[in-house]
Ligand binder design. Structure first.
Ligand SMILES: *Cc1c(COP(=O)(O)O)cnc(C)c1O
Length: 384
């Protein structure tokens, strides 16, 4: 637990607050691979930076506090974090994943962990009876995202946690889209939270990082073992950048959301837009659940242009908003899920879950909102 309880303060002073030795207000970058030992068999708490590094440790404490968990772990990427968490399971185990889970999570289960006899099944976590029916003996965990990419499907985390725990399984939540500033899955019953810190937590599109937070000591011990044994750790410089990014998460997120609410409402009233997916719209099926479990809708919006529109021309005409993978940075980004982020999901599954070829996903940045809308308006006109 943090000595501060207001989230805006924990963002800035949580974890390790500066440097005790010098009074530096920032945690130093301990750019070292190894540590001189005092005597044979006696060291100062650090032996080798894969095993432990003070800069990484400061970040790990910070994310654990922010997520209301007890133990944090920092990895070289979001996928390294997810992979380490999946390494908690063994041959014969099965993981249930929610529809529209991040493409890379699907890919690592379908094409890597399948080699080790860990299986998966996609379930609609909005239908609790389906979920309950799928929780067979071999299932050890349920992995969800809410809102889930790219249709911003909201899952009731607490309701899912109850069903999952009743059967003695673990609930893993990918909290990348919300961050702990907006949603704290552990308070809602999650056992493990994972992040692509590359996105909002870093916030400036300048690093790749992953985090995991655990509340149970035994799981944490095992995950620490896996982190050290498999070695997918975050480097000290990137840990520093991430701590720095997290300090401004609150102000960034507030502005991201203000802009996103504005853009989503504008899109909703646009005659050429067929559908808008954003849990901040009162008409969105996830609106009430989102309101109950999170402190805001976030800033990811997907929308579909009417069928006769030329999607390629839309992307070509954008000037301000960059066509790029990733999300959560200060700059607005756009992507085409079916050919980019979700291309690793087979076409039949993709279409079955609603990721059409006309779907456009926006990560709303913190530029001027009128400029963002004007860019989209020109692109829609060009695609007509
Ligand atoms: C980007 C992303 C990941 C993967 O993270 P990397 O840092 O790219 O490895 C996982 N989950 C979600 C929701 C993401 O957006």
């Amino acid at each position: 637990m943090s000595k501060f309880n207001k989230k805006a303060t924990v963002l800035i002073h949580g974890g390790v607050d500066g440097d005790e030795r010098t009074g530096a207000v920032n945690v130093p970058i301990y750019q070292t691979s190894t540590y001189k030992q005092v005597h044979l068999g006696q060291h100062k708490g650090y032996e080798y930076s894969r095993t432990g590094n003070p800069t990484r440790e400061a970040l790990e404490k910070l994310i654990a506090e922010l997520e209301h968990g007890r133990f944090g772990f920092a990895f070289a990427s979001g996928m390294a974090a997810t992979t380490a968490v999946l390494t908690l399971f063994k041959t014969g185990d099965k993981i249930l994943i929610s529809k529209n889970v991040y493409g890379g999570t699907f890919r690592v289960l379908a094409n890597v962990y399948n080699q080790f006899g860990i299986t998966y099944e996609i379930v609609d976590t909005n239908h609790l009876e389906d979920l309950e029916g799928a929780l067979t003996d071999e299932v050890k965990a349920v992995f969800i995202e809410s809102p889930a990419n790219p249709l911003m499907t909201v899952t009731d985390i607490e309701a899912v946690a109850n069903v999952v725990h009743e059967k003695g399984k673990l609930l893993i939540v990918d909290n990348t889209f919300m961050t702990p500033y907006l949603q704290r899955p552990i308070d809602l019953g999650a056992d493990i939270v994972v992040h692509s810190a590359t996105k909002y937590l870093g916030g400036h599109s300048d690093l790749i990082a992953g985090l995991a937070v655990v509340k149970d000591k035994d799981i944490a011990d095992r995950l620490y073992y896996i982190q050290n044994a498999t070695g997918g750790i975050l480097q000290p410089f990137d840990a520093f950048l991430l701590i720095r990014g997290i300090k401004t998460l609150g102000v960034r997120m507030d502005k991201h959301q203000e802009n996103a609410i504005y853009v989503a409402n504008w899109l909703k009233h646009h005659a050429d837009v067929k559908k808008v997916y954003f849990p901040g719209l009162g008409t969105d099926p996830g609106y009430n659940t989102q309101k109950k479990q999170a402190d805001g809708p976030g800033a990811m919006i997907s929308f579909e242009l009417k069928d006769e529109f030329d999607i390629k021309k839309f992307f070509d005409r954008l000037e301000l908003i960059a066509l790029a993978e990733s999300l959560g940075g200060v700059e607005s980004l756009v992507c085409h899920p079916s050919s980019m982020t979700h291309a690793s999901i087979p076409e039949d599954i993709r279409h079955a879950v609603g990721i059409t070829d006309n779907l456009i996903r926006l990560s709303i940045g913190i530029e001027d909102k009128e400029d963002i809308v004007s860019d989209i308006e020109k692109a829609i006109a060009a695609a007509k």
